[in-house]
Design a protein around this ligand. Structure first.
Ligand code: HEC
Length: 163
């Protein structure tokens, strides 16, 4: 399998992602099951690392797309999708219906990208358009619920949006 003979990849955290790849790769299309699994507590301390993983995995999607390594892109896409989907619990617990809608939309855009990457003949323009739509869907929620510390540049939940 080509994936196991991956070239050195200068991205930090790849070992971690590869580990996740194995775990989530096995889950495959079971993403919905993951989403429905009861998750007793989903605190901000859970949310931030989840979002970091989504960010790293999606960066790996776009990086591998740039190298036309579509199988890798799809594998990283599964991680992005599953990790993002599980964060729904965080918003549900806090009754943030607008965030839930934005989250569902982002997951749907990731699914569209997966469909574009699963075409018999991959259309680069369609893939690029789909990547853009994913980015816009992520950004929609970030604009409402995320803020960046001007000094440290660290991201966090926007003050006052979550009690
Ligand atoms: C429903 C809301 C929502 C959606 C959708 C969403 N995010 Fe986030 N994201 C947040 C919030 C809130 C934060 C700030 C808290 C944090 O840093 O984890 C955040 C933070 C981040 C961070 C910074 C993590 C850190 O702390 O360093 C990255 C990277 C990120 N998101 C990537 C993505 C990507 C990529 C997508 C789309 C595939 C996405 N997000 C979709 C809400 C969302």
């Amino acid at each position: 399998m080509q994936r196991t003979h991956r070239r050195p990849f200068a991205q930090r955290g790849l070992g971690y992602l590869t580990g996740l790849l194995v775990v989530f790769g096995a889950a495959g299309g079971g993403a919905l099951a993951v989403q429905e699994k009861p998750y007793p507590i989903f605190t901000a301390e859970h949310f931030v690392p989840a979002m970091k993983t989504v960010g790293q995995a999606f960066a790996a999607v776009t990086a591998s797309l740039g190298r036309n390594e579509f199988e890798d892109s799809k594998a990283y896409l599964v991680i992005s999708r599953d990790r993002l989907a599980t964060t729904i619990t965080f918003w549900r617990d806090r009754k943030k219906d607008d965030a839930i809608m934005m989250l569902r939309n982002a997951v749907a855009k990731l699914d569209d990208l997966d469909a574009a990457l699963s075409a018999d003949k991959i259309d680069p323009a369609a893939v690029a358009a789909s990547v853009k739509q994913v980015g816009a869907a992520c950004e929609a929620c970030h604009a409402t619920y995320r803020e960046q510390d001007p000094v440290t540049k660290a991201y966090k939940l926007k003050t006052g949006t979550i009690e």
